[in-house]
Design a protein around this ligand. Structure first.
Ligand SMILES: O=C(O)[C@@H](O)[C@H](O)[C@H](O)C(=O)CO
Length: 494
């Protein structure tokens, strides 16, 4: 490290290097009298601070050869945020395309930044759902720390977001907002009454008739007496369809308004408020989307984005499943409704929906929010399959043994029997599993079980070897993300 420190002290910072030290040159910055740099030694990634200042004094670390070497700790991340504002998350609003890049491992953001840098889209790097935190054993502090240090490492100054994703409970909303998350994805799936879809028209009419007359009159006046007029959207409400949608969505709309009034309006900072009605059994018709959007506007609720449950299947980690012609017809209306009510359409799960990305880019005019997460985990699994076949085989077999348990968390239609038996696949062909939908979903939804698996003595079955492999293959992983997420962006027209 001494060579590095001496070079910085002498101002010779054009080619910073030192034996046994990986230097992240893009991180180099000056804060007053202090030069700051991210390096990696055998002890892992660290901040190197040279030259005394308030920042230097505030960083927690040890003095080495007259400089300070500081770990990537939560406290040191907060110090970076204080002195380097670009390392803190921001809200983006509705006038720029954004991409959720969920990183369940805390190591994917550098590759994401390298992929998006310079493009007409901004990254929401710190995006995790409570479900993902529970399955990985991480906290929102961990998620934000990892994203902020990645931004510092890459010297990325165009801004990034932090999304408390698929939040259903007020305590989780308070948790994310308290930490400074700049996007809130409100998951309304538990307030949507899917049972209505199972009722007959007569049962729906009878249930609807039990609603307060004032409520029925409100909806009938707004959606039957005054047909919707949204340029570009095909909207035709029948009495029966309206009755069904009121029964399905009325409670969810009240929930959206309540959370907006209690948590968003009261904030002294901008937060991108996303409404998620995608993780539900009921596909969101354009008419239902319009009803929810119109009610929100009528109640003064302003949103950043809306995630409808599109027709067909947007399953995790694989391409779109369904009638693309119908998807296009409805997408045109969904996109027109979003434009009409001045928010962005949000695409969940946006991972790997290659066959419909061009349509999404076209109908949203390139102004969308697309949310990915599992596909980034699968790119790490692909790296393991390439460089550590033994580890991959053990992970794959463990996933097969625990697949049923994982289906409690994610809706997939995986055909396990269609997956090529491990014994019949040579090491060199193991990465091909990441090209096959059933294997992709097998590894996708078992991520938590794999990362948290413990031996009888409490040691991790896979995690330590997995993260050591990923550390050694840091550049390979970033290359894989640039290729795979780059393909997403290219097809989206970015
Ligand atoms: O796995 C999760 O809980 C999230 O990544 C969720 O799937 C996310 O909202 C998404 O749709 C990413 O594609």
């Amino acid at each position: 490290m001494k060579e590095l420190i001496d070079a910085i002290k002498s101002g010779n910072t054009s080619a910073l290097a030192a034996p046994g030290v990986k230097v992240y040159a893009s991180s180099f910055t000056q804060v007053g009298n202090t030069s700051l740099l991210m390096v990696r030694t055998e002890a892992g990634k660290q901040l190197l601070a040279v030259g005394e200042s308030d920042l230097y004094d505030q960083l927690q670390g040890e003095i080495v050869d007259g400089a300070k070497v500081a770990p990537l700790s939560h406290e040191n991340r907060l110090t970076l945020n204080q002195y380097l504002p670009y390392t803190a998350p921001q809200a983006f609003g509705t006038q720029v395309a954004t991409m959720g890049l969920g990183d369940r491992l805390g190591i994917a953001s550098p590759g994401h930044i390298q992929t998006l840098r310079g493009k007409d889209i901004r990254p929401v790097l710190a995006q995790q759902s409570i479900r993902e935190l529970a399955l990985t054993g991480r906290t929102y502090e961990d998620v934000l720390d990892a994203a902020a240090f990645a931004v510092f490492q890459e010297g990325y100054k165009d801004g990034y977001g932090a999304d408390g994703d698929h939040l259903k409970k007020e305590e989780d909303i308070e948790y994310a907002l308290r930490l400074g998350f700049t996007m809130l994805t409100l998951d309304c799936s538990e307030n949507i009454d899917n049972t209505i879809e199972t009722l007959s028209a007569a049962e729906i009419a009878a249930k609807y008739a039990e609603l307060p007359a004032s409520l029925r009159e409100h909806y009938e006046k707004r959606y039957l007496d005054a047909p919707a007029n949204v340029p570009g959207a095909e909207l035709n409400y029948t009495r029966e369809a309206l009755q069904k949608d009121v029964l399905i969505y009325d409670a969810a709309i009240n929930f959206m308004e309540a959370i907006f009034r209690k948590y968003i309006v009261t904030l002294d900072r901008a937060v991108d408020f996303e409404i998620s009605i995608d993780e539900t059994a009921t596909p969101t018709s354009p008419e239902a989307h319009y009803l929810v959007a119109s009610e929100l506007r009528d109640r003064g609720v302003t949103i950043f984005s809306m995630a409808p449950r599109f027709c067909g299947e947007f399953q995790k980690g694989i391409d779109y499943i369904g009638d693309i012609a119908q998807f296009e017809r409805e997408l045109a209306s969904h996109a027109a409704i979003a434009v009409h009510f001045e928010y962005k359409l949000s695409i969940h799960s946006g991972s790997d929906k290659f066959s419909v990305f061009p349509l999404i880019g076209q109908y949203t005019n390139g102004l969308f929010h697309i949310k990915t997460a599992g596909t980034n985990w699968l790119e790490a699994v692909r790296v393991v399959a390439k460089v550590n076949p033994s580890l991959y085989r053990r992970m794959h077999q463990f996933a097969l043994d625990h697949f049923t348990e994982a289906t409690a968390y994610y809706h997939v239609t995986t055909d396990i029997e269609a997956i090529a038996p491990l014994a019949e696949v040579a090491d060199a062909q193991l990465p091909d599993y990441m090209e096959e939908n059933n294997a992709r979903q097998l590894l996708h939804i078992t991520y938590g079980l794999l990362l948290q698996a413990k031996n009888d003595d409490g040691s991790k079955v896979f995690a330590d070897e997995f993260f050591q492999t990923m550390t050694e293959q840091e550049d390979t992983f970033a290359d894989g993300l640039r290729h795979h997420i780059g393909r997403h962006l290219e097809l989206l027209g970015k």
